[in-house]
Design a protein around this ligand. Sequence first.
Ligand SMILES: NC(=O)c1ccc[n+]([C@@H]2O[C@H](COP(=O)([O-])OP(=O)(O)OC[C@H]3O[C@@H](n4cnc5c(N)ncnc54)[C@H](O)[C@@H]3O)[C@@H](O)[C@H]2O)c1
Length: 277
Amino acid sequence: MTLFDAFRFDGKRALVVGGATGMGAASAELLQSAGADVVVMDFADVALPGATAVHVDLADRASIDAAVGQLGGPIDALLSCAGVADGTPGIEKINFIGHRHLIDRLLAQDLLPRGSAIGFISSAAGLGWEANLPRIREYLATPDFDSAVAWVAANGGADYLSTKQAICAYVALQAMPMMKRGIRINATCPGPTDTPLAQANKETWLGFGADYRAEVGIEAATPAEQAFPLVFLCSAAAASINGITLVTDSGYFAAGVTEVFPPATDIANFLLGRMSG
Ligand SMILES: NC(=O)c1ccc[n+]([C@@H]2O[C@H](COP(=O)([O-])OP(=O)(O)OC[C@H]3O[C@@H](n4cnc5c(N)ncnc54)[C@H](O)[C@@H]3O)[C@@H](O)[C@H]2O)c1
């Protein structure tokens, strides 16, 4: 035993939802490397040797219930990674409502014991949640999958930015009730990261912040570079961290809001909800 073991996952069980490709796959691999027994839930086939694969469609409540039924025991870390881009039917379910339902099922079945942690992947696109909190609070007051879907159908929000703001607000709103159960919940807000999803939307996703990256001499993040902070947030080493949305964008937003990099100022303030556009 060393002090550094708090960063590891020996003897722990981790569930990565959306772990077939991209940041989720990198997180699953990292968790294994840190000693965890890893279960991956995804819509797509899972290639990671040694991981238990469970099929799930986050757009389908019954599929989530069936997947949770196959879990076969409690987990110490839940990494909620799956997400899709604007234009995907059911985006509100896949990016948020399905993840929330899965968490609700895990809680109802006591599969997230005291000491466990939840780590969502949100996005820098979700950082403006505070300015929309009254509206999002009303949305998140919906008690279950179907009522949340109905709320979005009536009020809007089936778009990438809204789903990511919902995640950030959910993490903040759940910090205290989760902590009462001994569970921590946090999220990362990645900037552009070179994954299959970003490649499929290359112009908008990887074009974002390209001027900043050229100026500071870096590339878009790798999936592993996003997995490191996400896995850390779910480790015992992050015991004091709860309810935060950690910006993992290599400093783009910081440079924008402070006007250190003026080309990023308007977009950063807009996405942070500090101006109307
Ligand atoms: N890549 C970026 O630049 C970037 C930036 C900010 C945030 N994000 C977020 O990071 C997360 C991971 O995305 P990624 O870039 O690694 O992309 P990715 O496409 O490689 O990973 C997403 C995973 O979600 C799974 N998935 C999609 N629809 C599903 C469904 N209906 N049910 C179950 N699983 C489903 C996919 O099969 C895939 O394994 C997403 O939430 C995304 O919004 C990405």
